[in-house]
Structures are given as structure tokens and as C-alpha cells.
Design a protein around this ligand. Sequence first.
Ligand SMILES: Cc1ncc(COP(=O)(O)O)c(C=O)c1O
Length: 394
Amino acid sequence: VSALLARTGDPIAAIDTPALVLDLDVFERNLASMAAWAAARTIRLRPHAKAHKSAAIAQWQVAAGAIGVCVQKLSEAEALIEASCASGSCLDDVYISNEIVDPGKLARLGHLVVGSPSLKLSVAVDSGLGIDRLAAALTAVGCLERVAVVVEIDVGQGRCGVQPTQAGGLARQVVSHGLRFAGLQAYHGKAQHLRSAAEREMAARHAAQMARAAQASVTAVGVSCPFITGGGTGTFYFDAATGVFNELQPGSYLFMDADYERNELPSGVPRFEQSLFVKAQVISRGVSHAVVDAGHKSHAIESGMPRVLDRDLEFRTGGDEHGLLHPRLVEAPKGTGAVRAGDPLPQIGDAIWLVPGHCDPTVNLHNHYICVRGGLDHGVVERVIPVDARGCSS
Ligand SMILES: Cc1ncc(COP(=O)(O)O)c(C=O)c1O
């Protein structure tokens, strides 16, 4: 289907809409900037592939120095490993940074390991039941020691993870099964989008303290715990500064989005630019609005509406297949009501570039990235790459 959206060599103007477009020049700067930042420190980078769901992008991250990638779901791991092997270069170090408790899924995990002899797989756990079932599934296929187990602690997000004092008990249970205990996950999702740098720094420091407490709980039961992973695009520099983390797992930095753009950045940290866009087209004009052909089936809105690139227009929801562009309204002096501001409305047929509110779920709505070189005004389609793990949510 997306082969019809664009072909290699097409000019930007020829990309059909709505399309997920990746500005390769910006993307490569983001990729290199994070890789250089991590290389300058003694910290491992394991970017989160939940953001891009692409084997090719994961391979580029590894080529740029990443130790491997994280995924959030077993089916993401399966899809990315299969697609990478099909391209001739298997991803060989994958961490499922999430809990899997279903026996059927755990059996699949066992088969994945058995079928990929060079794969290093690790997985998060936060319950005794999860550990027992993981051990049973791996014992059934005779590869108990092939999977590294990471105990997740809740460091403030209120999602998965045990309290730090419970980490020791779970680590002991992991080891007692003959499973390999790798360390701890201390990821704080809510902290990533706190707007002020001071708030994010405070949350990151708190997460680090909790991780240290969990580490003490593990060593107290006689299990060695040298490894802690966590961090995201909003806090990785604060996480690194705590000295607690050995590995960081940011994902969105490659693309950025309208939500992350709103974060206040401290000085001296890498600045990532917007590289991911939805190209849309005006298909109708009213007196006070224009209508584009990109609605919620083209971009996720749970973190806010898209920003209209380079135009002072407000994007309002027009439903599944439509978006409404309105001139921005500003308050007129002394109660005379709101007046129009911003750019004039675009004409029917005009291309409109949208900065998605949230990159990860936006990617999951598309089959392909249309990758362009030379910018969004005069660039050319350099390649089209599949979103290999699109829809892999199980
Ligand atoms: C466990 C985990 N690690 C890392 C990330 C990456 O976060 P970000 O895309 O904000 O960098 C996420 C994102 O939700 C996550 O759930």
C-alpha cells in the first residue's frame, strides 16, 4: 500500500498523503548526538525500539554504538528479530522491559530463544508468579540460563514494579530457580514529561535513591546486583548524573514530538530536533477553517493535538480522517472578544506538515516511513522502510 505513497527518488511534493515522513538529516543528527553523549560517559545505551518498531532503525542504533535495544512486548521482539535476520543482520541483544506472565506467551519466549542461538534476551519481572512461570517455560525448552532476568521496581510511576524492599525477595526467587538474575529496572515514565527541568531532576534523583535502596535489598539476601537500567528522553542526563544507572533506555529522542518539545531543557544537554512528521493535504476550505486529510488514524492525540509546522495555525480534531486548521485566536484588548491572529488559511491542495503530539503511537498507525533527504521543502525520498512491528501489541 505504502509503495503507492512514495517511491525512492520521488520529490517531496510527490509523497501521497497522509504519510509518515522521516527527515533523515535531522534523524541522523539525533542518532549521532545521543550516541556521542553516551560514548563520552561510562554508560551503556539501549534505546527503546517501542518508539520506532523498525528493524532497520534498531540496526542503525546498534551500528552507532548501542549495546542492543529494548522492546515492550514479546511480539515486538519477535517481529524485530525476524525482520533483522531477514535483512541479513540479526539483532542479537534484546531486552523486553515489561512483564510477561501468560504461560502461552512465555512458551513463545522460550521458542524464540531456542530458535535464535546467538540471541541474548532479557526480560523484566515483578511478581513471584511471573518468575515461576518464566522458569517453567524455559525449563520446558531446556534453556533456563539463556534469559537474563531484571526485577522491576516502582520508582514513582505507579505502574509495574515492586517496592525497593521487595526486590531482594524476588531476586532470591530468580536465583533459586536457576535463572540468571541481571539486575534492576528503575524506569520513571511520569518524570519524562514534567515540564520544568528542576522537577524532572528531582524525580530522577528520587528514582535513583529508590534504585539504591532496592540494590541494598538484593545484596542483603546474598545476590550480587551490579546492574541498573532505566531512563528516558526527558531524564537520561539527570539519571546519568546520579551515578546509579549502568544503562539508559531512551526512545523518543530519535523523532521527538509536540509533547517533548514542551519540556524545558537545562543547559549543557543534547538538543534533539523534530525529525518525524505526518504530511497532510488540504482537501476542503470553509470560511473560517481549512480541512486536512489527516485525523486520528494518522496521528495519536492522547498527549495533545499535532503542531502545524511553520504556520501559525491551530490544529483541532476533525475526527478519524480529518483535521481542522483554524487561525489562532488571541484575546483583544479590554473585553472586545477574541480576534484572529496567525497565518491566513491554506488553500485546497496545499501540503501541511504536522508534528505529532506523541511519536510512539503515531508510528504504530503507519505501515512505512517515507525517509527523505534534503529537507521538507526541496528534499527527495531516499528510501521507504517498513514499520516492522506495527500492531505488535501482544
Ligand atoms: C520502560 C520504558 N523505558 C524507556 C522508555 C522510553 O521513553 P522515551 O520514549 O520517553 O524516551 C519507555 C517509554 O514509554 C518505557 O516504557
